[in-house]
Design a protein around this ligand. Structure first.
Ligand SMILES: [Zn+2]
Length: 128
């Protein structure tokens, strides 16, 4: 495989770090970082400000909470991918497909710097 040049690698790294910061910022808007588990966040139960305990207000809070949980899950998943990619850069193991071990196409990495599989394996995964 063609070894990635340092400039490209550092550009991808910057991109990943930027995305990580954005993801963490988004998560912290409605969730607290879990102190025991790295990259794990706990969604805060929303307090919509209603003083009374009317049941429709509670229902609204629960709905909001459930929506936030889904968002939290998606953001967390992406954050894990991004962190995984950054770890690989640190270990000089970045840019290789997890399935066939060949280098991942640069275009693919530029579109998604946290990609873990090459185009070929990704397509195979989608069709199987
Ligand atoms: Zn592959």
């Amino acid at each position: 495989m063609k070894i990635m040049d340092k400039k490209t690698l550092s550009e991808l790294k910057k991109k990943l770090e930027k995305e990580r910061n954005l993801l963490e910022k988004d998560l912290l808007k409605f969730a607290d970082k879990d102190k025991k588990m790295p990259d794990d966040y706990d969604t805060r139960f929303p307090d919509l400000g209603g003083r009374s305990s009317a049941s429709d207000e509670n229902a609204e809070e629960i709905e909001t909470y459930e929506n936030l949980l889904a968002v939290e899950y998606a953001l967390e998943l992406r954050l894990k991918e991004v962190n995984e990619a950054l770890k690989k850069i640190k270990e000089n193991n970045y840019g290789n497909c997890e399935i066939c071990k060949k280098g991942i196409q640069l275009d693919r990495l530029k579109a998604n710097a946290a990609a873990t599989t090459c185009m070929t394996c990704n397509n195979k995964n989608l069709t199987s």
